[in-house]
Design a protein. Structure first.
Length: 114
C-alpha cells in the first residue's frame, strides 16, 4: 500500500520559516520524481517545487530563492524548506510521487499571517 504522509505545516508570521516533510512508503522511492504542490482556497493546485530521481530541482518563480526542496532516498523522505514566508504562501501543501503512476499525500496546512 502506497502512502505519502506530509508533516511540518502550521501557522507562522510573515518572514518566518517552516520545513515540510513527506514520508513515503510502499513505493520504490529512489526512482520516483517527487514534488510539492499547494492549493489555496478557491484556487487550483499548483506546482511549488519538484525534484527528479537523480536530484535535479525546479521551482515555481514565486518561491525561487525562498524555498528549497531536497530528498533523502535512504529514508524515503522529501523535504521543503520554506523561508521568508509570505501570506500568499498560505495553502494546503501536498506531496506527489511520480513514476509509473502518480500518488498524492493528504496535505498539510500552512498558514502565514501578516
Amino acid at each position: 500500500q502506497v502512502q505519502l504522509v506530509e508533516s511540518g505545516g502550521g501557522s507562522v508570521q510573515a518572514g518566518g520559516s517552516l520545513r515540510l516533510s513527506c514520508a513515503a512508503s510502499g513505493i520504490a522511492f529512489s526512482v520516483n520524481d517527487m514534488a510539492w504542490y499547494r492549493q489555496a482556497p478557491g484556487q487550483q493546485r499548483e506546482l511549488v517545487a519538484g525534484i527528479t530521481s537523480d536530484g535535479r530541482a525546479r521551482y515555481d518563480d514565486s518561491v525561487k530563492g525562498r524555498f528549497t526542496i531536497s530528498r533523502d532516498n535512504a529514508k524515503k523522505m522529501v523535504y521543503l524548506q520554506m523561508n521568508s514566508l509570505k501570506p500568499d504562501d498560505t495553502a494546503v501543501y501536498y506531496c506527489k510521487a511520480t513514476f509509473n503512476r502518480i500518488y498524492w499525500g493528504r496535505g498539510t496546512q500552512v498558514t502565514v499571517s501578516s
